[in-house]
Ligand binder design. Sequence first.
Ligand code: UTP
Length: 312
Amino acid sequence: MKVRKAVIVAAGWGTRFLPLTKSQPKEMLPLLNKPLLQYSVEEAIACGVELVVIVSAKGKRSIEDYFDRHFELERMLEHSGQTRLLKEVLLPCDMADICYVRQKEQLGLGHAVLAAKRVIGDEPFILFLPDDLFQQKEKVLQNMITISEQYRGSVLAVQAVSEAEVSRYGIIAPEYVAERVHRIVGLTEKPGAGESPSNLAIMGRYVLSAEVFDALENTPPGRNGEIQLTDALQSLLLHHPVYAYEFAGDRYDTGSLPGWIETMVTFAINDPRIGPGLRERITAILSSSSGMKYPLVDGEQDGNVVMMTERR
Ligand code: UTP
């Protein structure tokens, strides 16, 4: 069955960005002049998706506003002759059919996926974790869809990680099928040292059969009292083939402050409009000894990240 729908989960708390994410969804953080979420929507459209389902939550109205029309702004840009900007402002409104479902309580990634069940129905779908961006050295999702059709199963994107990193990811137990394609025979979420079945970690793109919804409905809360997608996939693979695709190219994790900053810098220095000037500025900053000091109010330093202390 053709893959026509995509689910983008965007309902999480984003605690690693607090206090910023108290009023600003993590998924709307900028990467250059576009919000993170737009990259996933563009990726979905590029592989033929017709309907994008965004799983949202309380306090995330700015997501809907961003993909909607803004007539006053458009009129202002039109009247002032800023046609290039007008085009950019209109782009997110016209790029896809988008619908929203609410995850009413943040009970984990698996629970967020389940919120899309009615809109997805009985069809296979793509699941995006919008924190993860892929370099697109190749058409990752297109290849995953092809594998899903060829082997008639679900497909997860995986990438080899170092031994020190396996404890941060869901790790697969693989059985070789073809070059960069494995049948998944087991899954372990964040394995401890020496417990990992491989070094292949699940990254934020999935082509899933609708059977995953039954598995999710029968998955009890796991780690942190959350309904874990990995637990549901573990039970899914007992009666439905699940494959892994080792994609080529870099992957950017924007889900933490250091990861987001690193991604922003990478994108910026490779952008032809601002890259060359920025490289010069960074070189100058690195060679300057003045070192601007933050915070301006009491706080403590944790590595390079400023952590505010509690004030009573
Ligand atoms: P994360 O594991 O990064 O969690 O979720 P988070 O809440 O966004 O961020 P931290 O860990 O508190 O800093 C991965 C993706 O799953 C979504 C998030 O919005 C993110 O896109 N998610 C997570 C939900 O939609 N609902 C949830 O209950 C949990």
